[in-house]
Design a protein around this ligand. Structure first.
Ligand code: NAP
Length: 326
């Protein structure tokens, strides 16, 4: 039987995948412990609860015909997991050694945790262009952000010209959100075709203060203490032009949160997502499972993350049973 000082299951991450895994695991009496992480700026906000904490209305999760605010949804997931006895720890896991049996995890308070099974559900965080002035103004609160939903309502952006970089659903969602506050919202996209879905495209472009700037990239962000504009380059002609702005929002996709796993022995795919084996949630390491955006470069939806969390919990239950650990 299992050593009582060793957790049966540790879940890292507290988005839809982590909480769904916790609900299933707790109901299966696996006594899951969820490391929800601590809030941080890196340089944008990273919150326990994940990307949905930065989302206003979730309209495509079945069961909520009128939509639901992202943070409220995550609170409800958490309450449901708690109802069945899930334990919650407000720390980060900063390093993992999966070469040991049981598995070893190190927390941000220098604690060493042992677990028979781990579900990694740490999601993904927003990408940046990576330019010097962009990062400087993002860190200083100078009007550059990777989250319009979090920052767009600030007084500094009211009735001002704002821009969103990107052409996917995130960019369209952010740009649409900003049309409520801005004088004009420019969507700066590097191609002549948007990647985002038709409904999101139409929602944004139907607004009178929306404008798409096609075939443009931001080559510099202008301004000392606050952004005053961007230098754009046309990807077809190479021509450069300045655009006056009071706010710039970057929405160019996400990177999976896996830095703390670099020395763990886990395998990653060529985009840096955790590589899954043939079973839905299994990784290259026995006892280590992954779910949600951290292992999904394709769908990255709340509902698919929740489904993956369910699969991971069921896979853990089978695996612990096969090992005679439950
Ligand atoms: P995405 O679909 O990967 O789109 C990223 C966008 O950023 C693309 O248009 C890409 O341009 C552009 N881009 C990437 N790197 C760039 C760079 N260095 N400079 C300029 N532009 C750059 O990412 P996402 O929009 O975050 O969406 C991810 C997933 O979440 C998708 O499956 C999406 O449907 C989903 N999502 C859904 C909703 C919703 O339904 N409510 C909301 C948000 C996200 P190219 O097009 O040229 O590659």
């Amino acid at each position: 039987m299992s050593d009582p000082s060793v957790h049966k299951l540790v879940i890292i991450g507290s988005g839809p995948a982590g909480w769904t895994a916790a609900i299933y695991a707790a109901r299966a009496q696996l006594d899951p412990v969820v490391y929800i992480g601590v809030p941080k700026q890196d340089p944008g906000p990273i919150l326990p609860g994940g990307q949905l904490m930065l989302t206003t209305d979730v309209e495509n999760y079945p069961g909520f015909p009128d939509g639901i605010a992202g943070p409220e949804m995550m609170d409800q997931f958490q309450q449901q997991a708690l109802r069945f006895g899930t334990k919650i720890v407000g720390q980060d896991i900063v390093r993992c050694d999966f070469s040991t049996t049981p598995l070893t995890l190190y927390t941000s308070k220098d604690e060493v945790i042992k677990a028979h099974a781990v579900i990694v559900a740490t999601g993904a965080t927003a990408n940046w262009l990576g330019q010097e002035n962009e990062m400087r103004l993002a860190r200083s609160g100078g009007g550059v952000s990777a989250c319009a939903v979090c920052d767009g309502a600030l007084p500094m952006f009211r009735d001002q010209p704002l821009a969103v970089v990107g052409g996917g659903d995130s960019a369209l969602e952010e740009a649409h959100h900003l049309t409520k506050f801005a004088s004009t919202v420019y969507l700066i996209h590097r191609r002549d075709e948007l990647r985002g879905s038709k409904i999101m495209r139409e929602r944004f472009t139907s607004k009178p203060n929306a404008e798409v700037l096609w075939n443009k990239v931001v080559v510099d962000v202008l301004g000392d203490e606050k952004i005053t504009g961007v230098l754009l380059e046309d990807t077809k002609t190479g021509e450069q032009s300045e655009l006056t702005l009071k706010g710039l929002f970057i929405a160019i996709g996400h990177t999976p949160t896996t830095r703390f796993l670099q020395d763990s022995g886990l395998a990653f795919d060529d985009k840096g997502y955790i590589k899954l084996e043939t079973r839905a949630s299994t990784t290259n390491i026995p006892g280590v499972f992954a779910a949600g955006d951290v292992a999904d470069a394709n769908y990255r939806q709340a509902i698919t993350a929740a489904g993956m969390g369910c699969q991971a919990a069921l896979d853990v239950e089978h695996w612990l049973g096969d090992q005679n650990l439950i």
